[in-house]
Design a protein around this ligand. Structure first.
Ligand code: ATP
Ligand code: MG
Length: 660
């Protein structure tokens, strides 16, 4: 079956009966009714949810302001506080003694905090920040590993109206410096070190290095949380232990009531396609979508134990750890470690131990765990009791049908819907996603837009293309949690997301998509520049990757890019990680031929890769995404001159460039 030809033989998974009857959105009729409500009264739809899900200090009277499009404003005359909504509001609803966070450290130690305790901790940090003169509108960079302190630090910034910018703890001093400089932060919150996979890795010394690189004069203080007591240098007058700063601070702190448009945070995109952009998010619109999507996409209920495995350094960790689940009074897991330590059964063991009911992770993690599980029964999900699970989720990249099926069968026991959530740092929350009690699922498709989201597939001129035909993914109307601007670069914001060729009308996601000819379901075909044109045939790279990975005996992971070709216009180049050691010489040639034939059989001869290269891994961002722009250079055998600041494994470039 070829997605580009519009499919006819879809494999469909209906929502399980138990869920279909009890979910927040039960059945397709309920989903459609929500979509129609949004269509009939777009502003009324969002305003209704904003009143129901959030507590406002001053109620808003205006909903959407389009007068300075594409710089849209939502709920602009309303005031609120994000941390009040995530903490105090739940305590007022009687959830003060409910567990907010179950933290599991790398080594397995478990710490729990209730809503009351998390509020007290947040307020102490907030008061501590205030005592250093940090105030509303200041930026604070947070460079810390997964921890209760990390979540509380974000909440504390929100409480005083400071704008946080979390930088993933795997970034180098140079990347950290660039982000500190770009934000003009007055303070950095960090820890002495972090522990991942049994190893202690530095944090504070990297902050020192970053600040020494220059350009960070805005930083007055560095606040250090003690993680494991590593010996670190403290610069007098600048560096302070967090414990000392908060020791004498009261455990309550009046929230700073801010306008709904006040910037809650800045976050840099993962850099898959270019230099990372400082995405600016609002308070009211962002928090609304964080809460609404957590409620409907994950069907979060009072007794659920929710686990999003993303790091708080990525948008997924912001929306589905720090804000969404807490805004709803949920109980969630925060995990410090890695999925493969002490062994590749760690996720399954934690689901078993904590009776996790909703599990949200990335395709890259699933694919690597499949590889491990197939090699060793002890770390296979079947060796654990995963019966607590009721909903699974996927995010970050398209999930290929083979990985989807494995996740569904082996992790979800065939009974848990998988919500394949398409969204971006810029969108703040889910855009196209199934709702677990309503949407029939098709592996590899993110299905249908979240209610209220006007997603569409258009051609280069902005005209709708018919279902069954590939095109460019856009969002036709502004939505509450959308990016407000790129920090310090409004021109780049306009050019990237509302370019002239679309008459500045639609939000341009940068991804290609196709809607199924019969059902209208969306499949993401890759980034816009990942659509290949081979002898006049247009194909998404994603489709060829899926075909390769569906050769489950051999292939663990695959990435496909195009390169200019004299005869066919573009030629297909595939980078493949096998389930066995990397072959070379004649063996590599034989396996390449086998895979070429396989793709020919799965999609058609036109999709056969001209060039297949084998690697131990693929070049990935620190958030685990394949960096295709680097593969494009490798395919063309050209030197890499692009921004590689977010590349996790630079050594792999040499291997993939070489074995051609
Ligand atoms: P940059 O914008 O700097 O290149 P990035 O786009 O990788 O980096 P993110 O905002 O973290 O940064 O990722 C959003 C992108 O991830 C989407 O545009 C899309 O390409 C991909 N993506 C996320 N979720 C899905 C999904 N469920 N299905 C398909 N693609 C997805
Ligand atoms: Mg992007």
């Amino acid at each position: 079956m070829s997605a580009t030809e519009g499919s006819t033989e879809l494999k469909i998974y209906q929502p399980p009966a138990a869920l279909a009857g009890s979910a927040h959105v039960s059945g397709m009729a309920a989903y459609e009714a929500m979509c129609q409500a949004a269509e009939a009264d777009y502003e009324g739809f969002w305003a209704g949810h904003a009143r129901e899900l959030l507590s406002w200090k001053t109620p808003f009277t205006k909903v959407l302001n389009e007068s300075e499009a594409p710089f849209f404003k939502w709920f602009e005359d309303g005031t609120l506080n994000a941390s009040y909504n995530c903490l105090d509001r739940n305590i007022e609803r009687g959830l003060g003694d409910k567990t907010a966070i179950i933290f599991e450290a790398d080594g397995g130690e478990v710490t729990k905090v209730t809503y009351k305790e998390l509020l007290a901790k947040t307020c102490q940090i907030a008061n501590g920040l205030k005592s250093l003169g940090i105030k509303k509108g200041d930026r604070v960079v947070i460079y810390i590993a997964m921890s209760i302190d990390g979540v509380a630090a974000m909440q504390a910034c929100a409480r005083i109206g400071a704008t946080h910018s979390v930088v993933f703890g795997g970034f180098s001093a140079q990347s950290l410096r660039d982000r500190i400089e770009d934000t003009g932060a007055v303070a950095v919150i960090t820890a002495d070190n972090q522990v991942r996979g049994g190893k202690q890795l530095p944090l504070k010394s990297i902050v020192d290095e970053a600040l020494a690189l220059g350009g960070c004069d805005s930083v007055k203080n560095v606040l250090v949380v003690k993680r494991s007591g590593a010996a670190i240098a403290m610069t007098a007058g600048r560096d302070l232990w967090m414990a000392d700063v908060v020791a004498s601070q009261p455990t309550s702190c009046e929230p700073e009531w801010v306008s709904a448009e006040h910037p809650l945070f800045l976050l840099y995109t993962s850099g898959s396609t270019g230099k990372p952009k400082g995405v600016q998010h609002s308070t009211g619109g962002y928090l609304l979508h964080a809460a609404l999507t957590t409620k409907l996409t994950f069907d979060l209920k009072a007794d659920d134990v929710f686990w999003c495995t993303a790091d708080i350094g990525w948008v997924t960790g912001h929306t589905y750890i720090t804000y969404g689940p807490l805004a709803l009074g949920g109980t969630e897991i925060v995990f410090e470690g890695v999925p493969t330590y002490p062994d590749a059964g760690r996720f399954w063991k934690m689901i078993q131990d904590h009776k996790v009911s909703i599990f949200y992770t990335a395709p890259t993690a699933i694919r690597s765990l499949i590889k491990a599980a197939e090699a060793n029964d002890a770390v296979h999900p079947k060796s654990y009791n995963l019966s607590s699970l009721r909903i699974l989720g996927s995010v970050g990249e398209p999930i290929n049908p083979a990985a989807w099926e494995w996740y569904h069968q082996h992790v979800g026991g065939g009974r848990c819907p998988i919500v394949d959530t398409f969204w971006q740092t810029e969108t703040g929350g889910h855009m196209i996603t199934p709702l677990p009690g309503a949407t029939p699922l098709v592996p590899g498709s993110c299905t249908l837009p979240f209610p209220g989201i006007q997603a569409a597939v258009v051609d280069e001129t902005g005209k709708d293309v018919p279902w069954g035909q590939g095109g460019i993914l856009v969002v036709k109307k502004p939505w509450p949690s959308m990016i407000r601007t790129i920090w310090g670069d409004p021109e780049r914001f306009k050019k990237s997301y509302y370019p002239e060729d679309f008459k500045g009308k639609y939000y341009l996601a940068g991804d290609g998509a196709i809607r199924d000819a019969k059902t209208g379901y969306f499949t993401i075909t890759g980034r816009i520049d990942d659509v290949l044109n081979v002898s006049g045939h247009r194909m998404g790279t994603m489709e060829i990757e899926s075909a390769l990975v569906s050769c489950t005996e051999l292939v663990a992971e695959a990435a496909v890019v195009g390169r200019p070709d004299d005869t066919t216009g573009e030629a297909i180049c595939a980078f493949v990680v096998l389930k066995r050691p990397r072959p070379t010489g004649d063996e590599a040639k034989a396996i390449a031929k086998q895979l070429r034939d396989w793709v020919g059989k799965e999609i058609g001869p036109i999709a056969k890769p001209k060039d297949i290269r084998f690697g131990d891994n693929l070049p990935k961002t620190r958030s685990g995404k394949i960096m295709r722009r680097l593969l494009r250079s490798l395919a063309k055998n050209e030197a890499i001159t692009q921004d590689t600041s977010t590349l996790e494994n630079p050594a792999i470039l040499e291997q993939l460039g070489d074995n051609h």
